[in-house]
Design a protein around this ligand. Structure first.
Ligand code: ZN
Length: 76
């Protein structure tokens, strides 16, 4: 898939990126985008991915491409 991106030296799919952020498996994930922000830990590029941790919820996750930093935004 063209959506794959390199995160911490590894190629990840949108779903895999969402799982790295969530810390467990997720139902579904949208395409990875570049977030308009820098990592607060290392200043690296931050990726954004919308995903469904479960059937009734949708959140936006953020993950640094270069370090372990990540964050989850609940949209409701
Ligand atoms: Zn970082």
């Amino acid at each position: 898939m063209a959506d794959n991106r390199v995160v911490q030296g590894r190629m990840v799919t949108p779903k895999r990126l969402a799982e790295l952020i969530e810390g467990e498996s997720v139902m579904d994930a949208e395409a990875i985008e570049d977030a308009d922000r820098e990592c607060p830990e290392c200043g690296g590029n931050v990726l954004e991915v919308g995903y469904m941790p479960g059937v009734t919820s949708f959140v936006t996750g953020y993950k640094c491409q270069d370090c372990d930093w990540s964050e989850i935004d609940d949209e409701d």
